[in-house]
Design a protein around this ligand. Sequence first.
Ligand SMILES: Nc1ncnc2c1ncn2[C@@H]1O[C@H](COP(=O)(O)OP(=O)(O)OP(=O)(O)O)[C@@H](O)[C@H]1O
Length: 217
Amino acid sequence: MIQFNQVTKRYPGGLEALRSLSFQIESGELVFLAGHSGAGKSTLLKLIAGIERPTSGSVVVSGQNLASLKRASVPFVRRHIGLIFQDHKILFDRSVFENVMLPLDIVGFDRREATRRVRAALDKVGLLGKEKLNPVALSGGEQQRLCIARAVVHRPAILLADEPTGNLDRAYSLDIMELFKSFHQVGVTIIISAHDESLMADYGRRILRLSKGQFTQ
Ligand SMILES: Nc1ncnc2c1ncn2[C@@H]1O[C@H](COP(=O)(O)OP(=O)(O)OP(=O)(O)O)[C@@H](O)[C@H]1O
């Protein structure tokens, strides 16, 4: 469960990206986050991931209040979260396979089990045949799939996707949404942000709409 209580986030310089937000997302829910550029979507997702901290209020993720968590404990919370952010951070000096292996390498996963999981994740996103390639050789949509494989390879309970379809055409975007749906069906809690609401309408899910750091109808 994810719970925001009266959360305000003010960045250095005084700008309030989020203003006194309160809401709750249940375990296993798929929720959309809508709003124009600068509305505060990325900030909200970063607070859930522990990348940013609230200026005031509390952010509770899986029973942990992130605001009072020691910085050293943040990586442990992060292990239950998969992140798909706009700045891909794909490593172009490594293969597709190695990019997806990275999160498991960091936590010292058993090599054989890790290899099995990387293959399973790549298979899920339809990139198994391209595991040996350099990511440069992938299309934009395929690079996004690589990011999704990397975000789910450690089987997170929560998946946060910031504008995952931002640069993709409609057909590719629908494919990516189907992928998210399949993760949702196996119980993953998912939050997907987008400024374009047209993709969200078909899914009959809750839409949180942000405008200037506050919810609107
Ligand atoms: N690190 C930062 N330092 C200062 N201001 C920031 C920082 N990150 C975001 N902001 C500001 O906070 C506001 C909300 O930004 P945020 O990135 O959360 O919005 P967004 O809805 O995700 O927009 P976009 O879709 O363009 O990414 C913006 O005015 C932005 O300029």
